[in-house]
Design a binder for this molecule. Structure first.
Ligand SMILES: Nc1ncnc2c1ncn2[C@@H]1O[C@H](COP(=O)(O)OP(=O)(O)OP(=O)(O)O)[C@@H](O)[C@H]1O
Length: 261
């Protein structure tokens, strides 16, 4: 599954649950090399939309295409192989090393699959990604002793091991202290330079958590798209005020955004 077309094409999607519209008339096209921010207040529908983008749920109406393959026409599992999904609520409890966690990206399982030994090339690639995410000195550290920020970066390396075309990041900076957040954002900036073809969609409530390399943004409010397109045109004081129902002033300095009430 490759080609020059968009990575994601969402057309006029409604998602209805128990009679309520969680998403209404949502459209979005993500191309290679684009880095989207998905923003909106609590309950706006961000996680619901991310679930569609990651081929985890189907729309009630409208179409979602991942690399030209339509949800509902091909096996969801087949599509998921092209999408890396980084969810901070990762269910791992066993004391795996960082390297082992990253290697589970090959099987897309939480635990290593018995009798599935990674090849030396795969281990080398895992080490390369661990280095890229700034975790080289933590390669052999075990999951329970990792900080929240280290776990987040390990999960990004894990998602990248399967060489996805699209990386979905669900509030990756939540719970991180200032230093850990800045390391994470620098890692994302570096990743985007190293893998120029990769497309990403990052969900957050906070503009301060957007990497400088963000290219596009979509603002959601009550399941509808309030604004969508090039980041600087979407992330304006006016739009963000409407999205969060609260007067805010948006500034951008050295590529990074800030919001003040
Ligand atoms: N299966 C479901 N059935 C009914 N309502 C649902 C279901 N899943 C989510 N919702 C509702 O849909 C709305 C959107 O939820 P969603 O989790 O997508 O929002 P969000 O923007 O990610 O919010 P948050 O920032 O709080 O995480 C919420 O009001 C939520 O309660």
């Amino acid at each position: 599954m490759s080609g020059a077309g968009p990575v994601l094409e969402v057309r006029d999607v409604d998602l209805v649950r128990q009679g309520a519209y969680l998403l209404r008339s949502v459209s979005l096209t993500v191309s290679r090399g684009q880095h989207w921010a998905l923003l909106g207040g609590n309950g706006a529908g961000k996680s619901t939309l991310l679930g569609l983008l990651g081929a985890r749920t189907h729309p009630t109406r409208g179409t979602v295409e991942v690399l030209g393959h339509r949800l509902g026409k091909v096996d969801l599992r087949q599509l998921r192989a092209f999408v890396g999904h980084v969810d901070p609520r990762y269910p791992l409890t066993t004391p795996l090393r960082v390297l082992d966690v990253v290697l589970t990206g090959l099987t897309n399982t939480t635990e290593p699959v018995p009798r599935r030994q990674p090849t030396p090339d795969q281990v080398a690639r895992a080490d390369e990604l661990i280095g890229m995410l700034g975790l080289a000195t933590r390669r052999d550290a075990r999951w329970p002793v990792l900080s929240q920020g280290e776990r987040g970066r390990a999960l990004i390396a894990r998602a990248l091991l399967a060489r996805p075309t699209l990386l979905l990041l669900d509030e990756p900076a939540t719970g991180l202290d200032l230093a850990a957040r800045e390391q994470l954002l620098s890692s994302l900036d570096a990743l985007r330079v190293e893998q120029p073809e990769l497309a990403t969609v990052l969900v957050t409530h906070h503009l301060e958590e957007l990497p400088a390399s963000t290219t596009h943004a979509l603002l959601l409010r009550e399941g509808r798209v309030l604004a969508s397109g090039v980041a600087d045109e979407v992330l304006t004081s006016d739009h963000v005020t409407k999205a969060f129902d609260h007067p805010v002033r948006i500034t951008r300095e050295d590529g990074r955004w800030a919001a003040r009430a």
